[in-house]
Every structure is written in structure tokens, then in C-alpha cells.
Write a protein that binds this ligand. Structure first.
Ligand SMILES: [Zn+2]
Length: 433
């Protein structure tokens, strides 16, 4: 009871702050009856229809009709970390039947819309927020233990909760360990729109040198699907546990067009000494392919800090390119000097690597996590700590909607923040004698 009270207070304070400061600038009611309210002068007219088009390009089923409002706010909310929020209410049947139902009237709030030009920039957040709507709708309908005794839910079992003890029913272990967030990210991977899975270009130190981009400050955010296909990269991706896709398809009766791709294998190819203590390290990998032999569309090599808390992308590689990336330094030789440029990865604490492959329909599959030892030019695979792929039974809900209590929730988002400013280019000039 105490917990419910706290959640309601949070909901109240958030909605009051949003309405007090913002004035509606345009409104569009979609053919499904969803009201898109803009409080941003940047989002009016046709652009509200673009929001609708993007919304419905996320695969959906009957749950769409329970979404009633999308609010577009010009600036930040609260502490400014959220890019989106999902508000919903669950009706609970009497305590003995355990039935739950998502109330009609759910709301998605999108923030910082003044700084966003097109739907491309909000597609990932919108897909994630709609992912909350989709997953909560069907869990309330068919896996109601999620709301009453979450560790007994089919979803907790499907997502191998026992093997990942940090998984929680709230954000006590971090936003990324909240089971509701993991579910929303499953949705993005299985049902998200093409735009929500867009890739950003990432160049390694060698490409940046060759393209004259060494001076460019590059920023990456966790919105980039090719870098962060799901917020929590310490647990298997959705398609890496076959039961996850089966669970959502059985629960929703909405089929996913995602296919399984093979796990790519990364290898430490070689190290080249450039002089003056600088080295260049070459990494290569095997193809990732689906069952009919079609290769993944692109790969992104990502470096992680030892504690996995920070990460930075190394290189994006298309299927038609060589499966290789460079870490370390490059050298520019002139008759008078040698200039070294380094990415700061070796020695910068980013000693773990993972390769992420993305397929034709946005399917994401990751390699194992590897630890690189730049001192002795070796790399060790971290053995995966999960094995189970058992498919739990989908629970049938007994419909008893005669006695309901109403509980309101708000799912807050602190996930979508810029995590990486990649400007670790160090210059060292060595004058030739
Ligand atoms: Zn979320």
C-alpha cells in the first residue's frame, strides 16, 4: 500500500508540472481516436500526422485502441533525463481471482521536442514507450502475476530472471534492470518500426584519419540502435532467447517478422607497432547469417569499460565491407616528422569488446563479450552465464472484472541520455632527426 501511495504522488507531481508550464499549440486526432497534443511550436500540422504514421509503423494489435493520448512537450521534464514517459492504469480484479486489465486511456509523453526536427529523432523513444503500452497491455491480459507476484510471472521466467538476480520490479538496481524496461526493449527489437532501428555511422581511428575526420567531435547516444539495441547489454538480446519471441507472440497473437541470426565471433587479428610506443590493433569477425544464409545488414564493434558502465562505439561496417575494425593509433609520415593519432581506447579503460550485428528487419544479435589484453596482444571470451531457453506456459486469465481496484503508474525514463562523447584523439609529434 505504501508503494502505491508513493507512485501516485509521483504521478500527481509530474502531471501538475507538465500542465502548469505548457500551452497547447496544435492538436491532431488520429483515425483511431488517439489525441496527439503538441505543446511545442516546432511540432504542428503535418508533423503531428508524421507522429501518427510513425506510431502505427510499429507493429501493433488490439492494444492500439487503449492508447488515448500522445503529448509532445517542448522541453525537459523533471531532472531533464527523460526523453519519454508512459502513463497507465491497471485495474485489478478482486484479490482472489488475480485478474488484471489495462485501463483505456494510456498516455505517452515525449520531451525535448523543440530540439527535434523530424520523427527520425523520436522514433526510438516512441517505439520504446509504445513498447511499454504493448507489453503491459498483454501482460495484464494474460500474465497477470506480473502485477501481483512478479517473480511468478511467465515473463520473469522467460527472461531468465533467476539467472540475472539484478532484474527487479522497479529501478532499485538501475533503470536497465527494471523488468518493465526489459519488456519495452523486447518490443522495440521484435516489433519496432524501421526508423526506430536506424543506424548511426561510426568510424574507427583509421577511417577518421583517411576521411580527414580526426578533428570532428563525435557524439553518440543510447538511442542508436546499432550501438545499443537494448538498454541492458548485460543480459541476452531479445532474439538470443528463443522463448522471448515465443512469449510475446503467444501473449499478443501479433507475429514478429524478426528472424534469428547466427552469433558472430570476434577475433584479435594482429597488432602492429607504429613506433614511439604506438600500436594499431586489428580485429576481425565471422559473418552473422539467418537460416537461409542471408548475411546481417551491418555490424558495430563496441568497446566497454571494465565495469561495463561506459561504452563507446568503434566502427560501423556494412555487409559489403570487410569484417574488420582498428583500435589504437595511426601514424602520418612526412619527410620531417611523424604524427601519431590515437583513439585512447587501449589504456583508456575500454578493455572489453562486443560486436553487434543487425539483420534486414532490425534483428539484433551480439557476439560474446571479450576482454582484450593490449599488453600481450590477446583476447579472452567471457563465457555466457545463461543457457536455458525453456518456454514457459502462457497463463490464462480468468475474467472477473466485477470488483476492481484502480492503480495508476507512471513509467519514468532515465535511459535515453548521451553517454559517449568520442573525442579521445591524442596527437603526438615525433620530429625526424
Ligand atoms: Zn521505459
Amino acid at each position: 500500500m505504501k508503494k502505491i501511495l508513493i507512485i501516485l504522488i509521483v504521478l500527481f507531481s509530474l502531471s501538475s508540472s507538465a500542465s502548469a508550464e505548457n500551452v497547447i499549440t496544435d492538436q491532431y486526432v488520429t483515425e483511431e481516436g488517439i489525441q496527439i497534443n503538441s505543446y511545442s511550436t516546432n511540432w504542428q500540422g503535418q508533423k503531428l500526422k508524421d507522429i501518427h504514421d510513425e506510431l502505427i509503423s510499429n507493429t501493433h494489435g488490439e492494444e492500439l485502441s487503449s492508447l488515448k493520448t500522445i503529448n509532445l512537450y517542448p522541453g525537459a521534464n523533471g531532472d531533464g533525463k527523460e526523453e519519454g514517459m508512459y502513463h497507465f492504469s491497471i485495474r485489478k480484479a478482486n484479490l482472489f481471482s488475480g485478474g488484471t486489465k489495462l485501463q483505456d486511456g494510456s498516455t505517452i509523453d515525449l520531451y525535448n521536442m523543440d530540439s527535434k526536427k523530424s520523427v527520425d529523432e523520436i522514433a526510438r523513444v516512441l517505439a520504446h514507450e509504445y513498447g511499454h503500452h504493448f507489453t503491459i497491455y498483454y501482460m495484464a491480459k494474460h500474465d497477470s502475476k506480473y502485477f501481483t507476484d512478479w517473480k511468478e510471472s511467465g515473463y520473469y521466467q522467460t527472461r531468465l530472471g533467476k539467472e540475472f538476480p539484478l532484474i527487479a520490479e522497479d529501478e532499485s538496481n538501475g533503470h536497465q534492470w527494471n523488468l518493465a524496461e526489459i519488456a519495452a526493449e523486447d518490443y522495440v527489437q521484435l516489433y519496432g518500426s524501421p526508423k526506430s532501428k536506424g543506424a548511426v555511422e561510426v568510424y574507427d581511428i583509421l577511417e577518421r584519419f583517411q576521411k580527414g575526420l580526426l578533428d570532428n567531435k563525435l557524439e553518440y547516444s543510447s538511442l542508436s540502435y546499432n550501438i545499443t539495441p537494448q538498454e541492458n547489454m548485460e543480459i541476452p538480446l531479445a532474439l538470443e532467447i528463443p522463448a522471448v519471441r515465443d512469449y510475446w507472440e503467444k501473449l499478443s497473437e501479433v507475429s514478429s517478422d524478426a528472424r534469428a541470426y547466427s552469433k558472430p565471433e570476434l577475433e584479435f587479428d594482429s597488432a602492429t607497432k607504429l613506433g614511439d610506443g604506438y600500436s594499431q590493433y586489428l580485429f576481425k569477425w565471422s559473418d552473422s547469417r539467418d537460416a537461409s544464409g542471408v548475411e546481417a545488414s551491418y555490424y558495430t564493434l563496441v568497446a566497454y569499460s571494465s565495469d561495463l558502465k561506459n561504452y563507446t562505439p568503434i566502427k560501423l561496417v556494412g555487409a559489403d565491407e570487410e569484417n574488420e575494425a582498428v583500435i589504437g593509433s595511426v601514424v602520418q609520415n612526412t619527410s620531417r616528422s611523424r604524427r601519431y593519432y590515437s583513439d585512447g581506447i587501449p589504456g583508456g579503460g575500454y578493455n572489453k569488446l562486443k560486436l553487434i550485428a543487425v539483420g534486414k528487419n532490425g534483428e539484433a544479435v551480439a557476439s560474446s563479450l571479450y576482454e582484450v589484453n593490449y599488453e600481450n596482444n590477446s583476447m579472452t571470451e567471457f563465457k555466457s552465464n545463461y543457457a536455458s531457453d525453456s518456454i514457459p506456459a502462457v497463463e490464462n486469465l480468468t475474467k472477473d472484472e466485477s470488483i476492481f481496484t484502480r492503480v495508476s503508474y507512471v513509467v519514468s525514463e532515465i535511459f535515453y541520455i548521451i553517454y559517449s562523447i568520442y573525442e579521445m584523439i591524442f596527437l603526438h609529434i615525433s620530429i625526424n632527426q
